[in-house]
Design a protein around this ligand. Structure first.
Ligand code: NOJ
Length: 900
């Protein structure tokens, strides 16, 4: 079989000089919405009905005589859902299923004020109100009588009403018109899209009052703060396989989360646009200024800044949730309540992953595995790309290269390491292959618009695509991961879903045609952005079921949607081994984190091309400080295991991977926080310093949890980096030198190839492992070291979360241990932070306190039920650091250390 080759560099026009991917002006519904019929909707206030689900109104558009149904549902968690559909569509419009985890409890509304122009509704908390204006229709959300958000402020609301096809009613005239409006048929390059339902697009605008910084809307290879789109393309949300993607671009990449987050010092606000069809977002910033330049200065009214956001989607309904914050923390919790919390990964998944396209055979895998031990570099997982299969048939093995896959896994498992294999959504068309036949006979494939099984080309050549939108297909696919069914798999095999945008080499924009048909008769256009999310879901289900529901799964997916955080990890696809791609990985991961996708990473070293050694080291340093930490490289690149570039490079990489392992107790704790509160481990500085203007545009630095500030070095040959250490009145400690710095300024910090600026915030407590071990399972046996960083009031606190690291026992049997460390008046207390029942023998071996102004005379340890003991300690006056070593304090027990 001739192997389909992945086309190189997507952004460069192809041989015929045509671009592979669409710009917005290629998209008919976008043009129609932007040109717009400029409709003026009226809210028919006398049609208002108050129910336990909120308020309902009819909206009338007199010119087109369309009537829409608006429902507004304020929820107990300070979110307001705005839903608009046609009152009587000729057929149902698609509503995104399976993303919202739990319908939040709706508040009972009461009428506060009513006139012929508007009605104001309020609810129990009384802080917020909704005001619906009759003409022109607008919906305002107010807090203490001040508008925070206005829906339809610019009057861009428009649902193209579904209609019968031209032949059925008006005959010729509409078809003629279709040449320009492309309502029923649209062509891009050689691809023809037949729109069985005709035009169905939706659009609406929201004005965010007082905001001049907005974020989110991944995935784009661009900065953290969203840019004003007036000078170019809108942000596109359409999942696509873009090899070596363009930087600083608003075109769509592999996944989409239609969540925009706005922030100003006193409020963080979110707008979630629940739609899985092709979507565009325009952002217009209006800075604060004066309303009218003509008016004499004395009379000019100062206007606050605002951001206008215009959302446009190809189909579906308007389903828009406004999340009112007001703090960043509350916003993240509101979003997690809506779409799910980050899954708690098994501990090994937070270790280092070694991947390559491809590790050639079993001997190669064993040699690489041994290389890590030989060089004293910890790692947890080795990965196999598509070449491990028999002719790109997933769930099979190339019998010549991998004759004993189960034996290979047992070999790794002896060292408590895991194997990850790839499983893509396309299935080779091969009537001699049982899995293909099962899928075909079970009707598990997506169909074309003529009703036959859709075929497209991908790695195996001609392929069909599983229809993961069907729960039957997901259940069937899940069963394929059963240990009895997946020959050669063992419980230590985990999975990687790639190419699930889905990637179709011979499809429009290298994906599936929009007129392909899914379960229930829904066109692909309706749910395109959900495809990868659903594959991820089915794979996760498969791994959970395989273990009888006991073990936490680990699945990495390239494509994603809102809610993918419940399933596992995401990576940023085919990046390039260059400094610019290293730099962009930081804002890309921050944007994902802000939009709930907290377990994210970028290919360390860059996937395409060969990194120079300095870049490789810097990339390892950055990757070690990011949630998902995996080295990966493309087939054509040179081998780049960490020990191939000389001792200096090996040592530098070893150091950062070891540091990552030492920090894993902290990473695990911040992941537990994401799992329970929605706060992402990787945080833009403004999340922790919401009132500081200087933090709003920073996207080369970030916080890891609430305690650590990281500033990876992303420039070649630098000897000094500038680091903003925020917070006047704050104290920060360099984690390497323990040197203290006052916050609220930018430092110039000298760096060598071995150093990466990381600071611990005064007022925090960070738990590390005393050693790194060779993998996370070994790490769990090691004692802990605690670093207490005092703030200017000489207090600090922090948490530590522990469990078995792999099962659901933490959830099902409360087998976890959550401890709180509090330092106050020279006394460090270790106490339970909540009731868990994990029998844990881990001990604290050392405690370091930063910011101790003078040498103490005694350090006394008190353990409940035992006699007080004096502990030996060291004090370094130069950096005000106190270290108490040789402790053996069980972390699960209550104890105190008194510094006298
Ligand atoms: C594309 C993925 O992005 C890349 O990581 C992988 O190595 C190749 N597909 C081959 O499977």
């Amino acid at each position: 079989m001739a192997e389909a080759n992945q086309p190189i560099v997507s952004v460069v026009p192809d041989d015929e000089g045509k671009e592979k991917f669409k710009k917005s002006d290629h998209v008919a519904f976008y043009r129609r919405q932007m040109e717009g019929p400029n409709l003026q909707h009226r809210a028919l206030l006398d049609t208002m009905v108050l129910t336990e689900k909120g308020a309902r109104f009819k909206l009338l558009e007199p010119d087109t005589q369309t009537t829409l149904l608006l429902s507004v549902s304020p929820c107990k968690n300070d979110t307001v859902r705005i839903l608009i559909d046609e009152l009587q569509p000729i057929k149902a419009r698609y509503r995104v299923p399976d993303v919202i985890t739990e319908e939040p409890q709706v508040e009972q509304l009461r009428v506060e004020r009513q006139s012929k122009d508007s009605v104001t509704l309020s609810w129990s908390s009384g802080r917020h109100q909704v005001c619906v204006w009759h003409f022109p229709f607008r919906l305002e959300i107010l807090c203490e009588d001040k508008a925070i958000v206005t829906f339809n402020s610019k009057g861009k609301l428009w649902l193209e009403a579904l209609r019968d096809p031209p032949g059925a009613t008006s005959r010729g005239s509409e078809l003629q018109e279709d040449h320009t409006s492309l309502l029923w048929k649209e062509t891009f390059r050689q691809f023809v899209d037949i729109k069985a339902n005709g035009p169905s697009s939706i659009g609406a605008d929201l004005c965010l009052h007082g905001f001049s910084h907005v974020y989110g809307l991944p995935e784009h290879a661009d900065g953290l703060q969203l840019r004003d789109t007036r000078d170019g393309e809108p942000y596109r949300l359409y999942n696509l396989d873009v090899f070596a993607y363009d930087l600083y671009s608003r075109l769509g990449l592999y996944g989409s989360v239609p969540l925009l987050v706005a922030h100003k010092p006193d409020r963080t606000l979110g707008v979630f646009w629940l739609n899985a069809s092709e979507t565009f977002v325009n952002v217009h910033y209006s800075p604060s200024g004066h309303q009218d330049g003509q008016t004499p200065p004395v009379k000019r009214r100062r206007v606050e800044p605002q951001t206008d956001v215009h959302w446009l989607s190809e189909s579906g309904v308007i389903d828009c949730v406004v999340l009112l914050g007001p703090s960043p923390q509350q916003l993240f919790t509101q979003y997690a309540q809506l779409t799910g919390y980050q899954a708690l990964p098994p501990l090994f998944a937070l270790g280092y992953h070694q991947c390559r396209w491809n590790y050639d055979d079993e001997a190669d895998v064993k040699a690489v595995d041994a290389g890590f031990d030989r060089h004293g570099i910890p790692y947890d997982v080795i990965w196999l790309d598509i070449e491990h299969t028999d002719g790109k048939r997933y769930f099979t093995w190339d019998s010549a290269l991998f004759p004993e896959p189960a034996g290979l896994q047992r070999h790794l498992e002896k060292k408590k390491r895991k194997l990850v294999v790839i499983s893509d959504p396309h299935i080779k068309v091969d009537p001699d292959w049982l899995l293909y036949c099962e899928a075909r006979d079970g009707r598990h494939f997506v169909k074309n618009r003529q009703g036959q099984i859709y075929k497209g080309s991908c790695w195996p050549g001609k392929s069909s695509y599983l229809d993961f939108s069907s729960s039957d297909t997901r259940a069937w696919y899940s069963r394929c991961f059963g240990l009895d069914k997946y020959k050669g798999s063992t419980p230590s095999l985990f999975v990687w879903n790639d190419m699930n945008e889905p990637s179709v080499f011979d499809g429009p924009e290298q994906t599936m045609p929009k007129d392909a048909v899914h379960y229930g008769g829904w066109e692909h256009r309706e749910l395109h952005n959900l495809y990868g999310f659903y594959q991820h879901m089915a794979t996760v289900e498969g791994l959970i079921t395989r273990s009888g529901g006991l073990e936490r799964p680990f699945v990495l997916s390239r494509s994603f949607f809102a809610g993918s955080q419940r399933l596992g990890a995401i990576w940023t696809g085919d990046n390039v081994a260059s400094w610019e791609y290293l730099r962009i990985s930081i804002p890309m991961l921050l944007s994902l984190s802000v939009a709930g996708i907290a377990f994210c990473g970028a290919d360390v070293g860059g996937f395409v091309q060969d990194p120079e050694p300095e870049l490789l080291v810097r990339w390892y340093q950055a990757g070690a400080l990011q949630p998902f930490f995996r080295g990966h490289s493309a087939k054509e690149t040179k081998r780049r295991e960490p020990w191939l570039f000389g001792e200096e490079v090996t040592a530098a990489i070893r150091t950062v991977i070891q540091q990552r392992y030492c920090l894993l107790p902290y990473w695990y704790t911040v992941f537990h926080q994401a799992h329970t509160s929605g706060l992402p481990p990787l945080r833009p500085l403004w999340v922790e310093f919401p009132r500081e203007h200087s933090t709003l545009t920073v996207d080369n630095q970030y916080m890891i949890g609430g305690a650590l500030l990281a500033c990876p070095v992303t420039e070649a040959g630098v000897q000094e980096v500038k680091v903003l250490i925020p917070g006047s009145g704050e104290v920060w400690y360099d984690v390497h030198s323990a040197k203290a710095y006052n916050g609220g300024r930018t430092l110039s910090l000298p760096v060598t190839l071995d150093t990466v600026p990381v600071f611990q915030r005064g007022g925090s407590v960070v738990c590390r492992s005393a050693g790194s071990g060779s993998c996370t399972a070994e790490l769990q046996q090691l004692p802990l070291s605690i670093t207490v960083a005092l703030n200017s009031q000489e207090v600090a606190d922090g948490e530590l979360y522990l469990d078995d690291g792999h099962s659901f026992s933490y959830r099902d049997n409360k087998a976890f241990c959550l401890r709180r460390f509090t330092m106050l008046s020279g006394r460090l207390l270790c106490r339970p932070a909540s009731g868990g029942a994990f029998d844990c023998v881990t001990v604290v071996q050392s405690v370091t306190v930063l910011g101790v102004k003078s040498k103490p005379s005694t350090v006394v340890v008190h353990v409940s039920g035992a006699k007080d003991t004096c502990a030996a300690f060291e004090y370094m006056e130069t950096c005000c650091m106190l270290t108490v070593n040789k402790l053996k304090l069980r972390v699960a027990m209550d104890w105190e250390i008194q510094i006298g």
